[in-house]
Design a protein around this ligand. Structure first.
Ligand SMILES: NC(=O)c1ccc[n+]([C@@H]2O[C@H](COP(=O)([O-])OP(=O)(O)OC[C@H]3O[C@@H](n4cnc5c(N)ncnc54)[C@H](O)[C@@H]3O)[C@@H](O)[C@H]2O)c1
Length: 395
């Protein structure tokens, strides 16, 4: 099926859209990029040219292949022109449901009936977007990570009416683009990566709010004891505090008290437009580059707390029948470079130990985020405590 995808439309030529267009073109697919005006489209083409030149410079591709890829990308402000003979469209327009519904319904009216239409949304409902079309069976999420040319992961998300055929086609397409797809079987908010990340962010933000540790102490422990590539505050700054804040709200709306956000810690920074790396200030000062996380504070915050809530959320993803352990682990390792996936970690450490940690934290703080997922309790009751027992998340 992915072989049949020869012509694509990319709607929205911003940070994600131009990268996705480049990636498709590098893999032999003809691309029409659509945006609201020619100036934005011209800028997007400049960025693509720059990025292709970098690939050539680093000898990742040959100059003639870069030229051929660039020649495969055309631009238009007309949806009709963009969509009339495509096999596939992906929208990367702003994160707003009304806008996305309009984009989907317009694409639907012009695209051939067998074309698949995907969304790169980070948080919104695929099912809702499908409902704006007459082909909800061919609508799915295809969530690339930033920058899409370089990041290896793609979350493929099934809406309520999406067929398995569509999911298989998009997973194959992701592989053709050199990516590793993970499947999210249910249209759950946060999909895999943002949901697990949301849990560890909240845990750290609350610990900081309660003055149990400073942000430097938390980040030092996360980085140097936990082996994560960035501390949670550093990562939130890197992602953008406006985005972290919005995702936090969406997770709270979707899952309630388990995702109670620590508004006190982040909201004032968002209001002051201290959004992290992109504004040079957030939790940290980024004016002279990445913040230096002190090495000597590495044992103040107990990183097992991060792991405990991550493993718990992985269990919730499984309980919701949204994803398999291997996809959860792959998502966290490729989407955020975690040293281990939460399911692997849980199995290695012992799910009984993780459960005890959660119970200890729950009785200490009485917060829902520490309340063990019933699936973990069930596994422990069955003696499925992980590697040592021969069965945990994995067999
Ligand atoms: N930036 C990230 O790190 C990231 C990562 C993964 C997913 N996403 C998701 O990708 C999508 C796009 O995000 P982004 O960061 O690229 O945004 P962006 O603001 O950089 O780009 C959005 C583009 O859409 C264009 N646009 C606006 N209205 C349009 C319309 N009616 N038709 C066509 N184009 C229109 C804008 O002019 C802009 O060029 C969002 O859904 C976001 O949640 C973003």
């Amino acid at each position: 099926m992915a072989e049949k995808i020869r012509k694509a439309a990319v709607v929205g030529a911003g940070a994600m859209g131009h990268g996705i267009a480049e990636l498709l073109a590098m893999n032999g697919i003809e691309v029409m990029m659509v945006d609201i005006n020619d100036e934005i489209l011209a800028k997007a083409k400049e960025k693509i040219k720059w990025s292709l030149d970098k690939f050539v410079e680093k000898r990742r591709i040959r100059p003639e292949d870069a030229q051929a890829a660039f020649a495969r990308i055309a631009t238009t402000t007309s949806y009709e022109q963009a969509a009339k003979d495509i096999d596939f469209a992906i929208e990367a327009s702003p994160e707003n449901m009304d806008m996305k519904r309009k984009v989907f319904s317009t694409l639907d009216s012009f695209a051939p009936f067998n074309a698949i239409i995907a969304s790169n949304t980070s948080t919104l409902s695929i099912t809702e977007m499908g409902k704006a079309t007459k082909r909800p069976d061919k609508v799915a999420g295809m969530h690339f990570f930033n920058p899409p040319q370089l990041m290896a992961l793609v979350e493929v998300i099934k809406g309520e009416s999406t067929t398995q055929e569509t999911i298989t086609a998009l997973a194959e397409l992701a592989k053709k683009l050199g990516k590793t797809p993970v499947i999210v079987r249910k249209d759950v908010r946060g999909f895999i990566v943002n949901r697990v990340l949301g849990a560890v962010f909240n845990e750290a933000f609350w610990a900081y709010y309660r003055k149990e540790a400073t942000k430097e102490e938390i980040d030092s422990s996360v980085k140097y004891t936990g082996g994560f590539p960035m501390g949670w505050f550093e990562l939130a700054d890197f992602v953008g505090l406006d985005i972290a804040y919005e995702v936090g709200k969406i997770l709270y709306e979707a899952y309630g008290e388990r995702f109670k956000p620590c508004t006190e810690v982040i909201e004032h920074l968002v209001k002051e437009r201290k959004l992290g790396q992109k504004t040079s200030e957030g939790f940290y000062d980024w004016k002279t580059g990445r913040p230096r996380i002190p090495f000597n504070l590495l044992d103040v915050y107990d990183v097992d707390r991060s792991w405990a809530v991550a493993v718990n959320e992985a269990a919730w993803l499984m309980k919701d029948d949204a994803a398999d352990p291997v996809d959860i682990d792959t998502g966290m390792k490729l989407g955020t470079y975690w040293p281990s996936g939460p399911c692997e970690y849980g199995d290695r450490t012992g799910l009984d130990a993780v459960l005890n940690k959660l119970k200890e934290l729950h009785s200490k703080y009485n917060m829902e985020m520490y309340k063990p997922c019933p699936l973990l309790e069930e596994y422990a009751a069955n003696g499925w405590t992980g590697k040592k027992a021969g069965r945990g998340f994995y067999k």
